[in-house]
Design a protein around this ligand. Structure first.
Ligand SMILES: NC(=O)c1ccc[n+]([C@@H]2O[C@H](COP(=O)([O-])OP(=O)(O)OC[C@H]3O[C@@H](n4cnc5c(N)ncnc54)[C@H](O)[C@@H]3O)[C@@H](O)[C@H]2O)c1
Length: 315
């Protein structure tokens, strides 16, 4: 297949491109490098089935030739990034998603949207199941991301219902792994950088809020299966193993052999208290579930972060 991927220079996008190429597909990658980096795709520069176009997908563009699938991953994804770029985040979820859907419509291609567990907001239903409509503050600081993704989901369903585009929607829960930005502000890079530097691990609130963590290769497997499936309604992809942030901080300290103290700071506004996917639908519809243990995933991620932090110190 020939597949157009937006947001390809990002953390998830670059791993997804690797997987598509490994499966024998041809990839046309689009990115404006707002939060991603061409360096994430540098290893593909000599690959004849891969091309990278610098393109803001909120602006008009066209792709010549046959396209079999359109994958829309472009969007700032970490709170630090979308709080810094709130308007760009809303624009890429709305105008950007529309341009990618128009491309799928024009080319009679299937379409995959990477949405988010943030669609559930601060959930009142636990674990979160796809039929739950969510509890989102539409005017809070995080609304630029949550509502952008909710709009993108609605637009995707409209193209499916009105135009018959073969669409799929992944609701991704916290994912981690190599190629995450060191300063991205999410809990995995934050704790790892702090632990490796011997700095205090910053825990917001009392650390009793829960999260679950999915390793990047597990997510990519789920996305790949979903892209090829006939499932039109959203599917949760994430790891259902839930733990408190405080437990997670302890685990990072053990794994890195760090003696960093834990420092408590006030909870950010609208921070969800519980976050854990119900993955029953992904199991049934895609035969998918995460395989990589937290210990193994963190080991691989720590290795990457050690390399990156050593590089950053040398530079
Ligand atoms: N990583 C996670 O835990 C997670 C969780 C939920 C959802 N997601 C979703 O997965 C996707 C990828 O997330 P990520 O963690 O890799 O983030 P990322 O920031 O690393 O990657 C996003 C990419 O999109 C690009 N981009 C942003 N605006 C663009 C535009 N207008 N035109 C072209 N490119 C643009 C960025 O430059 C970047 O390369 C996003 O849609 C995100 O919402 C990720």
């Amino acid at each position: 297949m020939r597949i157009v991927v937006s947001g390809a220079a990002g953390f998830v996008g670059s791993h997804f491109c690797d997987r598509l190429l490994a499966e024998g597909h041809t990839v046309v990658a689009l990115d404006n490098f707002l939060t991603g980096a061409a360096g994430n795709l540098a290893h593909l520069s000599g690959e004849p089935r891969f091309s990278l176009i610098q393109q803001d997908i909120t602006e008009p563009f066209s792709i010549a030739g046959v396209v079999d699938a359109v994958v829309n991953m472009a969007s700032p994804a970490s709170p630090k990034d979308y709080l810094e770029h709130p308007v760009e985040t809303l624009a890429v979820g709305s105008a950007g998603t529309r341009r990618m859907l128009d491309l799928a419509l024009e080319k009679h291609a299937r379409f995959l949207l990477t949405s988010t567990s943030e669609c559930y907001g601060d959930p009142e239903v636990h674990p979160q199941v796809e039929s739950y409509w969510g509890h989102v503050n539409p005017v809070g600081p995080r609304s630029c991301y949550d509502e952008s993704k909710r709009f993108a989901e609605a637009l995707t369903m409209a193209y499916h219902r009105k135009h018959g585009v073969a669409t799929s929607i992944a609701r991704i829960f916290n994912t981690y792994g190599p190629r995450m930005k060191l300063d991205d502000g999410r809990v995995v890079p934050a704790f790892l950088c702090q632990a490796l530097a011997g700095a205090p691990l910053t825990v917001f609130g009392d650390g009793s809020q829960t999260r679950s963590f999915c390793y990047s290769s597990d997510l990519v497997e789920g996305l790949y299966r979903l892209m090829l499936s006939d499932e039109r309604y959203p599917v949760n992809l994430g790891n259902p193993r839930e733990m408190t942030i405080l437990e997670f901080a302890e685990r990072i300290r053990r794994l890195t052999g760090s003696h960093s103290p834990i420092e408590f700071q006030p909870l950010p506004e609208d921070d969800p208290k519980q976050r854990c996917p119900d993955i029953g639908k992904a199991r049934a519809a895609l035969g998918w579930e995460p395989r990589v243990t937290l210990e193994e995933g963190l080991r691989l991620t720590v290795e990457y972060f050690r390399g990156e932090t050593a590089g950053a110190l040398k530079a």
